[in-house]
Write a protein of this length. Sequence first.
Lengths: 178, 317
Amino acid sequence: MTPPPAIKSQPQYQPLAFDSTGNFHVFAGHAEGVRRVRKFISTLSTPSTQVHLVHPGATIQETLAALKIVLEASHMGLRLYLAGPEDFLWQAARLAREFGLSADEMKLEHCGTLARPVYCVHCDHVTPDVRTNLVTCPGCGRTLFVRDHFSRHLSAYMGFQIDAETPGIVPAVEEVYP
Amino acid sequence: MNGEIPVLVREVRPLAPDIKEFCLAREDGQALPPFSGGSHILVALPLGERTHLNAYSLTGDGEAGDYRIAVRREIKSRGGSHFMHDEVRPGHKLCISHPVNLFSLSRTARHHILVAGGIGITPILAQVRQLKRLGASFEVHYAYRNPDQGAFADQLKDLAGPAAHFTIDSLGQFIQFPALLANRALGTHLYICGPTGLRDAAFTAARSLGWPTSHLHSEQFLHPLKGKLFQVSLAKSGRELSVSPDTSLLEAIESAGVAAPYLCRGGACGQCETEVLEAEGEFLHHDVYLTEAEKASRRKIMPCVSRFEGKCLILNL
């Protein structure tokens, strides 16, 4: 029995690979991604003036603030390498996009938890770090089903009310994104 | 042709010794369709036994209305530009295609650098108009041979003010791309339309500075190669054709009544990519679309601009 086709929007990840067409390489990681980028940098033979590791903060926000400072001082020729959970990857990618970086200037490697950021289509709230198939939206209280459909623009997976037609009747909660 | 529109030439204006501007309007008085900067139309030119389709960029601001194109009289020509210069007068009827844009502006760019060489100013002009309308950040560099060739320099000065820069070859001025493109803000895009040498210089400098391909845009209208007569077989339609020296492979296929897909007719867009079933001879690839590997594979050809020399060529058409 062949598995159903993956939803096209669901991100597919590759291990980090060095892009020698760039001339300044910026690395940023979170959680398990920190060790990943440090290890990757140690394998490079590129001059250290062309490589920069963004200081890993205690939180995603801290790391993003440090990344922003680097991007503000950078020019065309930069390549960005990101590793960590999806919450981090896509918030960092969105920040990079605001600076005008295109997909061929970024590499994303998913490390560690499968937890997802979930966007509530009813109230626009994004809930980070969701490990279950259902989540209660902190913005509006609805019980959301977490889909595989992903928006790069919103940097989150789609969540919609699971019991809109059958109020109160919801499936069992399972930890599907440990 | 894709979607023909019958038009009348409303006005013909000389812009330089060898450049004329043509203003085209619909015969029935309705507005021609709006378009985005960088778009071109195909104009059907009756040359001898066959109709040639020549691509010309639209120079206007994209609003629905009349179209303006500028045509340089080419020395080495298959007759299209000569026809436009020598035969076409106000009141002349022509058939044009709907606008097609293979050279559009990035909507996520934070700054646009536009470079025009010679008659390549035509799509750039429309892009400048669009960027002004959007209030976007841009600069434009116009390189031309000598002062009497600066057909659009005045228009560009009015449109772009200090954002416009001019270099004239005959005065020893040339665009220095490494300096122009160094230390540019993230999110800058480069657009260039002009001779191959200019484009190659620009892209070489950009790549060595680490610019990614997605930020490098160019428009080239390659002409079909002239060459020796060769034979081609079309497997699906069961036809045998001769491609004469000054006819492109695509034109020969069309003359035989076989409808082959196409779009730009200039070797850039990929729409006419044709599968080669069998080939004994040499491919003369003249496109900028196929990769080196694809060209070497002998399994693909772009009939709009490329040719073949040899004993046998069978296409899956």
